[in-house]
Design a protein around this ligand. Sequence first.
Ligand SMILES: C[S@@+](CC[C@H](N)C(=O)[O-])C[C@H]1O[C@@H](n2cnc3c(N)ncnc32)[C@H](O)[C@@H]1O
Length: 228
Amino acid sequence: MPFADVSLVTTADGSHTLQLLQTGEHYHSQFGALNESVYVFVKQGLELFERSNTLIKLLEVGFGTGLNTALAMAWAKLHQKELMYTGLEPYPVPPAVFASLNYGQLMEDPQAHPALQEDYERLLCGEKLSYGTALAGMVQCRLLEFESPETFDLVFYDAFSPTTQADMWDEASVAKIVSLLAPGGVLVTYCIRGYIRKAFLALGCQAEKLPGPPGKREMLRITKPLYV
Ligand SMILES: C[S@@+](CC[C@H](N)C(=O)[O-])C[C@H]1O[C@@H](n2cnc3c(N)ncnc32)[C@H](O)[C@@H]1O
């Protein structure tokens, strides 16, 4: 798979994001990449597992800058939760760009993203990285090609928006991601379009509209029923 063709951009909270040159789309909200990720993925996603005493299996659709990976690893270490993170990424960020991201200087745990930066080339080769109580790996494939013997307790669905990547939000992608969720599993995403919510509801999932991160009115949280 080729590397993504990207340029570095600073968002309103001082944290970096990337802009994909092909479409002009940013990897995060320009109101603040770090603030958005902490709110959507940690506060409205991982924090549901605060009382869990079993291994948390987390799948992210779109590894990208590794910001959500680092936040998840830092959260697991802080709360002493065993976490297994898998990030899908068909178009990885070039190593030189990855090395210049400033998340280590801004995150509460300043070591989590630098740990990924140090071992990014190993992640690209399919090796797993351990950090505290977390184990993280990247799989270089597209969502629809991803096959897994196991299902996931939590999904960070962080694809580009339907405006530039409509296929990531169509019925086939929604059905695929629901099939990867464990019974009772939860998916969080920043995207709240009505037809996407309806596609999850049609598969028997619950859909909650939650207040959005800075600059966005709402976000979406999906729960797969325990029995389907
Ligand atoms: C909005 S960016 C977010 C990336 C990442 N979560 C972050 O915080 O940097 C979307 C990501 O999805 C990846 N992507 C594109 N097509 C994909 C596909 N078919 N399956 C999985 N990921 C895909 C892109 O390369 C990009 O890294």
